[in-house]
Design a protein around this ligand. Structure first.
Ligand SMILES: NC(=O)c1ccc[n+]([C@@H]2O[C@H](COP(=O)([O-])OP(=O)(O)OC[C@H]3O[C@@H](n4cnc5c(N)ncnc54)[C@H](OP(=O)(O)O)[C@@H]3O)[C@@H](O)[C@H]2O)c1
Length: 352
């Protein structure tokens, strides 16, 4: 726990180049910040660890500005307003914002994405199924993937918050849902808890990735009628292995590229060219960013909340306690050792 009036922070110390390690980060203590004109101070209660953070750690240009060395690592969080000079963000209210990996943050509201209603659902869900990952699955599948009843939807990283919801929404829409994941424990809960029809492991019993041809065959056996929608959360060799299994006019939703996280930059992310398959099978391959759908977020959140309340969808959280554990938990999640939405819980009574 912090001593009074300090703000523990996780700073970016080095840029990644190869496997992610905890020494890329540094724990620091700063003075508690004060809000200026039109600003407010939040005390973070939940920190979210998400794959997009890898992109923010790199020097390479991305769809959003990255973190400079020595700066607080960017991350989403749920924070409660404890001091405010901005009438739109009153003391006591809870918000989701890009508050960073730190215990306290000053904001003017421009980095806030959602107001949290803890009376409706636990606040942590606003970082998972009722937040950015939930909306990613919702819009990515329904607007970019356009699944039709009776089709087969394949999704990678199917044990995480995005992939597990893609499978569940696919089932709601009358599709066959097939997942891809790394280990039997995740395969089991994807089937038992999330209702996937089948889940393919892309690693063998020793934890080594299967040769592409073997994975293509496994995917083919799990999708006997072919693949109509592939919701790609990872890219890399798994993407290549899906190509022979597509049906004519299949859709590929390019949502994430976790498999490239250990490369120094995206110029190293090379694979077989896919134009031939795309042409012959008339596939549609679409990049997807959840931020593009921000104007429609109320629609998604109302629908996801209704499905959650009626028990049509489920979620899983993997929680660690204390900001000190954020780097280790982030790396665990990127390695695939998380068992649901990766969160850090902070003690709301600290500094009181
Ligand atoms: N485009 C957008 O707007 C948007 C928004 C939100 C999220 N996303 C993307 O959605 C994807 C899923 O996010 P999430 O929060 O639900 O993450 P997550 O599934 O909780 O965690 C990432 C997972 O990726 C898998 N993985 C790690 N290394 C891999 C590798 N080398 N090859 C294949 N899989 C690997 C692991 O699962 P396994 O054990 O299954 O391998 C790991 O658990 C991420 O790519 C994220 O960037 C995109």
């Amino acid at each position: 726990m912090s001593s009074a009036n300090t703000n523990k922070q996780i700073l970016l110390k080095k840029r990644p180049d190869g496997p992610l390690t905890t020494d890329l980060f540094e724990l620091a203590e700063a003075a508690l910040p004060s809000p200026g004109t039109n600003q407010f101070l939040v005390r973070a209660e939940w920190l979210s660890l998400d794959p997009f953070m890898v992109g923010r750690m790199r020097a390479e240009a991305n769809y959003a500005q990255g973190v400079q060395l020595g700066e607080v690592m960017q991350a989403s969080a749920v924070g409660r307003v404890i001091e405010s000079n901005n009438g739109e963000f009153p003391v006591g209210n809870l918000y989701v914002g890009m508050f960073g990996l730190q215990e306290y943050a000053v904001s003017d509201g421009s980095n806030v994405s959602l107001e949290v209603d803890p009376g409706r659902a636990p606040a942590s869900l606003s970082l998972g199924i009722l937040g950015m990952p939930g909306m990613t699955a919702y819009f990515g599948l329904l607007k970019a993937g356009e699944p039709r009843e009776g089709e087969t939807v394949l999704v990678s990283a199917c044990g995480g918050p995005v992939g597990s919801l893609v499978g569940q929404i696919a089932k709601i829409k009358g599709c066959r849902a097939v997942g891809i994941t790394s280990v039997e424990a995740k395969r089991r809960y994807a089937i038992d808890e999330f209702g996937f029809d089948e889940v393919v492991l892309y690693k063998d019993d020793q934890g080594n990735p299967l040769p592409k041809a073997a994975l293509t065959e496994r995917i083919g056996s799990a999708c006997p009628d072919g693949v109509d929608v592939y919701f790609d959360n990872v890219g890399g060799d798994i993407y290549d292995a899906t190509l022979p299994n597509f049906n004519i006019r299949g859709r590929i939703v390019v949502c994430g590229r976790v498999a490239a996280a250990t490369l120094s930059d995206s110029s190293q992310d090379v694979g077989p060219r896919d134009n031939s398959t795309i042409l012959v099978k008339r596939l549609r391959k679409q990049g997807f960013l959840v931020a593009d759908y921000a104007p429609d977020k109320v629609e998604a959140l109302d629908q996801l909340t209704a499905w959650l309340e009626e028990g049509s969808v489920r979620h899983r959280e993997d929680v660690v306690d204390g900001i000190e554990r954020a780097p280790e938990a982030f790396i665990r999640m990127m390695r695939g050792d998380n068992r649901g939405k990766q969160l850090v819980r902070l003690d709301p009574a600290r500094n009181e």
